[in-house]
Design a protein. Structure first.
Lengths: 333, 326
């Protein structure tokens, strides 16, 4: 493993994902990268996540593609079913809509439809998130669509080190994985990952132990939940904060064990609230723990609107810390 | 006309055509008799195309085909017993009965993907070819699709990418004149689909897909080009489906007599007569070959109908690598 990966100086998510891709490519010649602008001639990706990799591994393994999302995912699928481990970048999560047939009808279903004769070990990297004023077609969180599809895993890291370890696990997982990177927090530094250390898929991370209320979240909103939990701790309210890390299939055991103890649950995500991941988790808590709950399950998500442009609207659109705090307090009344 | 292929290749071509014709006839009869319940898209009338392509392929070459693909599968070597069992929804089928007629998969014979989505064979064939190219293997990938599929975005994206990367792919458009119920002219601006190849700086050819010799020559040239590093080719093979879009289709959208004119030129008996007439094969030899296929079909039908159905636990298997808990 590269020396830099084991250094202790902080790293941001651009650097940690780059390091994961680098380490995976060094480890296995079947790992290839496909995507728009990903080569060094095109500046190594629009925010530089793949910078340096085409120079290091060659343009055969790191392929800048045409702006053709169906063809990108199709090429990844075809290569994957004969043993490669492609990492296909769909620049923005909204652009997955162009490739939904390939992702949903093919990548997710070929293992089942072939009776297990083929499988599709691809990783689809994509970035999204409100905050940059990119409006209604560049910032949606669409994870619920994919979580609703049998056969594809959905992974959403909340910090640079998790992004590294989860990316390695996705690449070497034998099923298709959709890997969601939050764009506005790409440059936020965090503790560096341990080189080569994978973080298991389908396992949540209890970021903060608490006894009063369980907060379940993932991706960017983890930071807001952590800030609120810190604030409430000063009042003596002990929040247990669970980072799902993998949205689908999610770690229901960890969530249910926690809520069984705290008897209160709040689910927070940046995606719009109706029909979201929070709805599924809330339903599951009701199915398993009905009668044990001390309060109704609360959900906090974005407003049910397209991502707005104007800053004042965009700021209010996402789950604010104030809304997260209010939801937590609702469970404690 | 290029030089005539060897006697062995000609008979092999006829064998594959007959395999398709006889299987198709039995599928329709078995469905009609109520012994088999499955959506069925007859390829009858289109036998020449995959037969002529497949005699130019190796077992290690890849094929992606579509819901009307029984002919492509049989021509590439998918075993009849497993094919029939899959269409019967049995656990002994190629896909344990979980895919069905529109998703037949048999990697051992190179049939990697069968899709029920118009146009979706092409992007995936590119990926199979890409793997071969990166690994330095001399495998070729074939994408079969219909004339209707040339109007979907995946066609454009795939042909462009294949040309930019010089992928070892052969795009074989089986132009049977109808996209579902709509006539070619009503849906397609290009006079010939092969004209579209020019837009991708790719060789494109229109060939009589019901005439074995020109179809063989076109396929051979394209496969050799792909294998030799010369990149993709678009073949438009002109043909016609004798039994409409799907089993039960009454052909009300077709011109009167249009189908009958094509059936009168049925390529399978025509090629048979030519082989005998030209001395490439003896009547008795071909009759023996046909009888052998018929016996194989008898066995395949018996195997399929008598096989066990899948266990309901299969609903939790093959979603992911690890079985889902109940």
């Amino acid at each position: 493993m590269s020396a830099a990966a084991s250094a202790t100086k902080p790293m941001n998510t651009i650097q940690s994902v780059n390091r994961a891709l680098d380490d995976a490519m060094a480890l296995d010649p079947n790992v290839i990268l496909l995507g728009e602008d990903i080569g060094d001639e095109e500046e190594g990706g629009v925010v530089g996540v793949t910078r340096g990799l085409s120079s290091k591994y060659g343009k055969s393994r790191v392929r800048t593609t045409p702006i053709s999302e169906q063809a990108i995912i199709g090429a990844a699928i075809g290569a994957a079913i004969v043993g490669m481990r492609p990492v296909a970048e769909i620049m923005l999560m909204n652009f997955t809509t162009v490739a939904m047939d390939m992702i949903v009808n093919h990548a997710a279903k070929l293992r089942f439809m072939s009776g297990g004769q083929t499988h599709v070990p691809i990783t689809i990297r994509t970035m999204t998130g409100a905050g940059f004023g990119t409006g209604g077609q560049h910032a949606d969180y669409l994870e619920a669509w994919f979580a609703h599809t049998p056969g594809i895993k959905v992974v959403a890291p909340s910090c640079p080190a998790d992004a590294y370890g989860l990316m390695l696990s996705c690449i070497f997982d034998d099923d298709p994985c959709l890997f969601i990177e939050n764009m506005p927090t790409y440059w936020n530094p965090g503790p560096a990952p341990v080189a080569g250390q994978r973080i298991p898929l389908g396992k949540a991370h209890v970021l903060r132990a608490g006894t009063d209320v369980t907060v379940v979240s993932y991706s960017r909103t983890i930071a807001d939940c952590a800030a609120v939990a810190e604030k409430l701790a000063k009042e003596g309210i002990q929040v247990e904060l669970i980072d799902l890390r993998t949205v689908a299939p999610y770690d229901a055991a960890t969530v249910l064990e926690s809520v069984a103890r705290t008897r209160r649950a709040v689910i927070v995500h940046e995606a719009v609230k109706p029909f979201g991941v929070g709805a599924e988790i809330s339903a599951r808590i009701n199915e398993e723990l009905f009668g044990q709950l001390a309060a109704r399950v609360e959900r906090v998500g974005a407003h049910f609107s397209p991502v707005p442009f104007s800053k004042v609207l965009e700021t209010e659109f996402v789950p604010t810390q104030a809304r997260i705090e209010a939801a937590i307090r609702n469970t404690l009344r | 006309m290029n030089s005539i292929p060897s006697k062995a290749v000609l008979v092999d071509l006829y064998r594959r055509m007959t395999l398709i014709k006889q299987n198709d006839e039995r599928f329709r009869a078995t469905i009609k008799a109520g012994k088999l319940v499955a959506p069925y898209y007859s390829p009858r009338g289109q036998e020449v195309i995959p037969s002529a392509v497949s005699v130019n392929l190796r077992d290690t070459d890849y094929v992606c085909t579509i819901y009307r693909g029984i002919h492509d599968m049989l021509a590439k070597g998918v075993p009849m017993r497993q094919l029939w069992a899959e269409i019967a929804g049995k656990v002994t089928g190629t896909c344990k009965g979980k895919g069905g007629p529109m998703h037949i998969t048999h990697p051992a014979s190179g049939v990697m993907v069968t899709t029920g989505i118009v146009g979706s064979s092409m992007p995936i064939a590119n990926g199979l070819a890409l793997a071969a190219q990166i690994r330095g293997e001399d495998r070729v990938a074939v994408a079969y699709f219909g004339d209707g599929a040339s109007n979907i975005g995946a066609f454009h994206e795939s042909l462009n990418m294949a040309a930019v990367w010089k992928l070892p792919v052969v795009f074989v458009c089986q132009n049977n004149r109808y996209g579902e119920h709509t006539k070619y002219e009503a849906s397609t601006a290009a006079k010939r689909i092969s004209d579209r190849a020019a837009g991708y700086q790719m060789p494109g050819v229109t060939v009589d897909g019901n005439d074995p010799l020109p179809m063989y020559a076109a396929a051979r040239e394209a496969v050799e080009r792909a294998r030799g590093g010369g990149g993709p080719t678009l073949i438009e093979a002109m043909t016609f489906r004798f039994h409409g879009h799907v089993f039960g289709d009454m052909d009300g959208y077709m011109g009167k007599g249009e189908k009958d004119a094509w059936i009168a030129k049925d390529p399978v008996p025509a090629f048979r007569a030519w082989l005998v007439q030209q001395g490439h094969a003896a009547e008795a030899g071909l009759a023996a070959l046909e009888a052998e296929i018929e016996t194989g079909i008898d066995e395949a039908v018996e195997f399929a109908l008598s096989s066990a159905v899948p266990d309901v636990a299969e609903l939790r298997r093959d979603i992911f690598a690890e079985e889902l808990t109940a």
